[in-house]
Design a protein around this ligand. Structure first.
Ligand code: FAD
Ligand code: NAD
Length: 478
């Protein structure tokens, strides 16, 4: 159909679902000429999630951390077909993926199917709500660009509404109470950014809100940032205290309404108490849940019946109970945390594996031809010559086949905690270095600039940092 090049029938069709950390790391390193590669994702860009919390307050503009998927694909040796669509179902038996164009503009065809020989699932995860009533209706998540834009607007809406004529003091306090639920790195980084925004900009632009603006972080566990070392947890909690961010640990949100949350904690006598906490802005950051397409796929594969947190994969990232289906990133469970670091290493490893698989097949078919040639050779001399060639190829084949299972290398954990401070647990040789403070913040900045996927992103992020430093963050609401 249309001007799309027909798939090469001599090659296998490799379908990749997603354009996030896992999928794009795979596409970057994949020799696309070995397969008919098809990418399906509703998002036609890669998003550099580590800097997304900075977009919620305008320290960085969201387009600076987006990279069009077309930009990655147009540099590939062989063309890759991209469909902006959501994969709605994988039919393992039929080996097809059903896809749906859910965007505003639809053509005559907006739902169809894509057959695959090989499939990589890299669809990431959804936001966990644990079925808590009112969360979806009243809170904002922080996962996608749209979420960051909504948060940025809501912050300003709360501030402007709080300064509306004749607003009561209680209402002003409620509107200016910014509540973040979940003390993982997403919640902590957002709370830090928000307090920065208030300290450096909002206070100046709207001096009338300065006595009532308040950030509270609510966490069910006894401390925030459970994946960091004790020393850095203490440092973060101390920094938040200095910045007047309230941390409410051992406090579990049980219900959400449009004006307050209901949270359970232990009272002074140890008995559980439920408290109503009014809020103006509520950001919900309690981790990951399965996407429907992944849930549905788990139900199709008997070997996945015990999978709760994602698709169980083996050490070669093959989805257990399947053939020629792999999973990477947050939708896969391989005993690693659901981080960008893991997803990108998995994607890169899979690309290497696919490249080697293609080379292996190429050598094997060459070997088959040579052995036929050897059989038909007219004399011993000719047979010996072919034999030498075969030996050389077999040696190459052994080298190519030497790909070990996927092994994750943990480079460390990094998080921005506000007021130009960051915390870092860095793996160094066989040990670990824990550091927190302003120097670590510069390390955080340089590490993330290095990790950006393109030079364009790097330049734009640096310009944004300079712009917000010189002119302050923009407080207009769009
Ligand atoms: P994603 O990057 O989420 O990509 C999923 C892709 O699948 C997207 O393109 C999506 O559009 C697409 N998709 C969704 N549904 C479908 C469907 N039905 N069909 C087809 N495609 C679909 N990790 C770190 O290591 N360091 C950090 O500093 C860090 N900071 C973070 C900050 C924030 C605010 C957040 C939210 C996460 C952060 N993470 C960080 C975690 C990291 O972003 C994730 O672990 C990582 O994105 C996982 O990669 P992925 O490829 O599995 O999924
Ligand atoms: P998370 O799973 O790391 O943390 C969620 C927190 O919410 C938990 O501490 C949990 O106890 C708490 N929680 C759950 N339900 C609650 C409730 N009802 N009331 C109060 N608290 C509740 O989630 P995240 O921060 O979104 O991170 C998701 C993944 O992304 C993690 O693997 C994380 O490492 C990664 N990430 C990394 C970085 C970084 O490295 N800087 C930044 C963001 C995210």
């Amino acid at each position: 159909p249309g001007d799309q090049p027909p798939p090469d029938p001599s090659k296998k069709t490799l379908v990749v679902l997603g354009t996030g950390w896992g999928a794009v790391s795979l596409l970057k390193k994949l020799d696309t000429e070995n397969y008919n590669v098809v990418v399906v994702s509703p998002r036609n860009y890669f998003l550099f999630t580590p800097l997304l919390p900075s977009c919620t307050v305008g320290t960085i503009e969201h387009r600076s951390i987006m990279e069009p998927i077309r930009n990655f694909l147009r540099h590939k040796k062989a063309s890759v077909q991209y469909y902006e669509a959501e994969a709605t179902k994988i039919d393992y038996e039929k080996r097809v993926v059903y896809i749906n164009d859910d965007s505003e503009i639809k053509g005559d065809v907006s739902a169809t199917e894509v057959p695959f020989d090989m499939l990589v699932i890299g669809v990431g995860a959804e936001n966990a709500t644990f079925g808590i009533p009112g969360v979806r209706e009243n809170s904002l998540f922080l996962k996608e660009v749209g979420d960051a834009q909504r948060i940025r607007n809501r912050i300003m809406d709360c501030c402007e509404t709080a300064t509306f004529k004749d607003q009561s003091t209680d209402e002003v306090k409620r509107l200016l109470h910014m509540v973040v639920v979940g003390g993982g790195p997403t919640g902590v980084e957002f709370a830090g950014e928000l307090q920065d925004f208030f300290n450096s900009d909002l206070k100046k632009w709207l001096p009338e809100i300065k006595d009532n603006f308040h950030v509270t972080l609510v966490e069910a566990l006894p401390n925030v940032l459970p994946m960091f070392s004790k020393q850095l947890i203490d440092y973060t909690e101390k920094t938040f205290k200095e910045e007047t961010i309230t941390i409410r640990t051992k406090t579990m949100v049980k219900n959400v309404t449009n004006k307050y949350i209901e949270a359970e904690s232990a009272g002074p006598d140890g008995k559980k108490v439920i408290e109503k906490i009014p809020y103006g802005l509520l950001v919900w950051a309690t981790g990951n849940a399965l996407r429907p397409i992944v849930k549905d796929f788990i139900n199709q594969i008997p070997a996945q019946k015990d999978s709760r947190r994602g698709l169980a994969v083996n050490e070669y990232l093959v989805v257990k109970g399947c053939e020629n289906v792999w999973a990477v990133g947050d939708c896969a469970v391989a005993n690693y945390a659901p981080t960008a670091q893991v997803a990108s290493q998995e994607g890169t490893w899979l690309a290497r594996m696919f490249n080697q698989m293609a080379k292996t097949q190429e050598i094997e078919s060459e070997l088959k031809l040579l052995s036929e040639k050897q059989e038909k050779a007219p004399n011993k001399e000719a047979r010996d010559a072919v034999f030498d060639e075969i030996k050389g190829l077999q040696k190459r084949l052994r080298r190519v086949k030497q790909i070990g299972p996927f092994e994750y290398t943990h480079n460390g954990s990094l998080a921005y905690i506000g007021s130009e401070k960051a915390v870092a647990d860095i793996s160094w040789w066989s040990g670990n270095i824990a550091s927190g403070g302003t120097l670590t913040y510069f390390f955080w900045k340089s590490a993330y600039i290095n990790m950006c996927f393109s030079t364009r992103n790097r330049v734009l992020v640096c310009i944004d940092w300079a712009k917000s430093k010189v002119f302050g963050r923009d407080v207009s609401r769009v």
